[in-house]
Design a protein around this ligand. Structure first.
Ligand code: SF4
Length: 255
């Protein structure tokens, strides 16, 4: 099936709510290479998941529509979110992220398995600048740019409540800055550089709205965690700082 006319830029811009946007997003076929890969992977499956009905479509963001904190990664993993249909769910990167959010009192569960596990996020939404699984976890710059209208619209719709964003990895940071510029924040020139612990504060353009704090964090990829480039303490520190800046209560559930 050919990409529907107007996808993604016009369709994203026309979305009036996040639910509306997500319903449009899952029908997107704008990137031929990624469409082929996500669907091929969903058919071939990994042996350990042969009983799964893979999602095999664009993966929407997950979390409340009035989130104060947004966490952006890179793209869905072929046998993770491309299988479960929920961002960061089904691979080791997501396991660490949600366990840490739970530790901070921002997620209802420490372990996640799939869309039926009852996970709830409190004041936090997770998303990605590229919504379809790419081969080798590497979207091209062209695919990143093609997908940008979705992230820009998501940020725009969250704007009344959004106060902080954590970008996981340099690719996500670059994509995020461009999307936030389209979503109504003033991005400094030259753009702030990515680094673990990097911070930037963006001011809103025009309409009323709060400023936005952007935090850089190494990606929660299995490789970064395995090599010690990103430790659980480092991740916890950035997420806690960002959540605090966003005005979210941080602490252990029930603590
Ligand atoms: Fe559409 Fe984004 Fe998927 Fe490309 S990566 S097909 S723009 S949802």
């Amino acid at each position: 099936m050919a990409a529907a006319e107007g996808y993604p830029a016009r369709s994203a811009a026309d979305a009036r709510t996040l639910a509306d946007m997500d319903a449009r997003l899952v029908r997107c076929r704008a990137c031929p290479r990624l469409v082929a890969w996500r669907e091929e992977t969903a058919l071939e499956k990994r042996a350990a998941f042969r009983d799964w009905e893979y999602w095999g479509r664009p993966v929407p963001g997950f979390g409340p529509a009035d989130a104060a904190l947004l966490i952006t990664g890179l793209a869905p993993a072929a046998h993770g979110a491309n299988r479960t249909g929920r961002m960061f769910t089904g691979d080791r990167a997501g396991d660490l992220l949600f366990a840490t959010l739970h530790e901070l009192g921002l997620a209802s569960r420490a372990t996640v398995t799939g869309p039926d596990d009852g996970l709830e996020l409190f004041g936090v939404r997770v998303t990605a600048p590229v919504h379809c699984a790419p081969p080798d976890n590497r979207p091209t710059p062209g695919e990143r740019d093609t997908c940008r209208p979705w992230l820009a619209r998501e940020a725009r719709l969250l704007r009344p409540t959004l106060r902080a964003v954590v970008a996981l990895g340099g690719f996500g940071w670059q994509a995020l800055m461009a999307a936030l510029g389209e979503a109504g924040w003033s991005v400094p020139r030259p753009r702030p550089a990515f680094g673990h612990g990097a911070q930037a504060r963006l001011t809103p353009v025009g309409e009323t709205g709060g400023s936005l704090a952007v935090f850089g964090c190494y990606h929660v990829s299995q490789r970064n965690v395995f090599t010690g480039r990103l430790t659980p303490d480092m991740l916890r520190e950035v997420l806690a700082d960002a959540a605090h800046t966003a005005g979210l209560p941080v602490g252990r559930p029930g603590g």
